[in-house]
Ligand binder design. Structure first.
Ligand SMILES: Nc1ncnc2c1ncn2[C@@H]1O[C@@H]2COP(=O)(O)O[C@H]2[C@H]1O
Length: 408
């Protein structure tokens, strides 16, 4: 498998940039970058599974050598990946400072620390021979998935965005714990001196009760103590609901924002929209929805009724016309002819590889060309040129189809 695009090996002056693209670029499924991500995710899963199973004495006795071999392999892969990231990051940060600053910036970033922690502790443990400690480190490589999981990144971004509110929740929780702990301490310290004889002891009861866990290891025995506990339990619901509501709202917002950014990024790749103002782009964005089709998937069949047009933001499709086959790739659009002329589809469109599209429904298409004459003119001009290319025979078939559709 070729991971780095063809160049001149280590002497290739662009190797660093190419490698950076491979490591950092958000790739499509057919690209080398995506194969790299799949390999790294596979290595992470293998490492976490091996380290976790190594904690089971029976399995460790049987497969200990295999677990160690997997761990060594994973440490090597993660170390090489870390070194590659450290090397390639120079010149690729918005700061544009010296290479050392870029490298230090990565090394001290959250993702840089996670990348380092994924292999360094395991390497030290392997070197010092304290094999049993390895299992406890199994969770560290797992955090590398944050880089590849948009959901995990969104959750962290949500927690980060709401950190002040969440700190507020913790302060309130601490106050409530202290209040109930002091109350129960005051009520039951003489009755249960071994369990509630100090405020820290009572705080354990308060935390377990407010957390609605209720282990039952410390329970009030006096009527007043039980009365206070009822309030503690009810307050516990609010204590849990508050941060859950804050995080879930922020998470939903973050996902919405990410979708917006993704669609915006996709839109920017379509030259047709390049001249539009920000408000027009925002207007169009509301109408477009992202869709990914797999290699070989047929999106549109010749002769079918049309319900949408499509913009290719990444990938490639093949249009099978009666007289020829046409390939369309990033930045182009298709499916406009049937919408404009209210006919059946003039060709069959198949993805030649995994392709990202923006879909515009027929109703919105008509509304849009009414509102944006320049855009409409461009789409019409392209459609006319394509119709000319399709030729007389296909044109006649299309007209026939058009008549057929109006007859029905
Ligand atoms: N010659 C061509 N070159 C590029 N695209 C074409 C050509 N002919 C047709 N198409 C596209 O293929 C699409 C098939 O569905 P539609 O007829 O709706 O719209 C068509 C055009 O967008």
């Amino acid at each position: 498998m070729r991971l780095v695009p063809r160049g001149r090996g280590l002497r290739d002056p662009n190797l660093r940039d190419r490698l950076y693209e491979l490591l950092e670029h958000d790739p499509l499924a057919y690209s080398a970058g995506s194969r790299f991500i799949q390999i790294i995710i596979g290595v992470i899963v293998l490492d976490v599974v091996a380290m976790t199973l190594a904690s089971v004495p029976d399995l460790d006795a049987q497969f200990g050598v295999l677990f160690s071999a997997i761990t060594i392999l994973c440490v090597i892969v993660f170390a090489l990946e870390y070194a590659a990231r450290l090397w390639t990051v120079a010149g690729h940060t918005p700061r544009g400072g010296p290479a050392l600053a870029d490298r230090l910036g990565y090394a001290f970033s959250a993702l840089g620390i996670i990348d380092l922690m994924a292999f360094l502790p395991a390497a030290i443990v392997l070197a010092t021979g304290r094999h049993a400690t390895l299992a406890a480190l199994g969770v560290l490589p797992f955090f590398k998935l944050i880089r590849y999981s948009p959901a995990m990144r969104s959750l962290l971004a949500a927690v980060h965005a709401e950190r002040r509110a969440l700190i507020g929740c913790i302060v309130i929780l601490f106050g409530v714990v202290l209040t109930f702990a002091s109350l129960l301490y005051a009520i039951e310290r003489d009755v249960q001196p071994d369990k509630l004889g100090t405020i820290p002891q009572a705080m354990w009861w308060a935390i377990v009760t407010l957390g609605t866990v209720g282990y039952g290891d410390v329970v009030p025995v006096t009527a007043l103590g039980k009365f206070v506990s009822v309030f503690a339990i009810v307050s516990g619901f609010a204590m849990i609901a508050l941060p859950v509501a804050i995080i879930s709202t922020a998470f939903a917002e973050e996902v919405k924002r990410r979708d917006f950014v993704v669609t915006w990024g996709m839109l920017a790749r379509v030259p047709l929209f390049a001249h539009l103002s920000a408000s027009e782009i925002a207007d169009i964005m509301r109408l477009l929805r992202a869709r990914t089709i797999e290699q070989g998937e047929i999106l549109v069949r010749r002769g079918d009724a049309a319900s949408s047009m499509y913009f290719i933001t990444a990938g490639e499709v093949e249009i099978a016309l009666p007289s020829q086959h046409v390939l369309l790739s990033d930045g182009t659009f298709f499916g406009e002819i049937a919408l404009l002329h209210r006919t059946k589809r003039s060709g069959t469109v198949t993805a030649t590889r995994k392709t990202r599209l923006l879909v515009l429904d027929a109703q919105d298409f008509h509304a849009l060309i009414e509102r944006m004459p320049t855009l409409a003119a461009h789409v019409r001009k392209t459609a006319e040129a394509r119709l000319e290319e399709i030729g007389d025979l296909a044109g006649a078939e299309l007209a026939q189809a058009e008549r057929g559709s109006t007859d029905t």
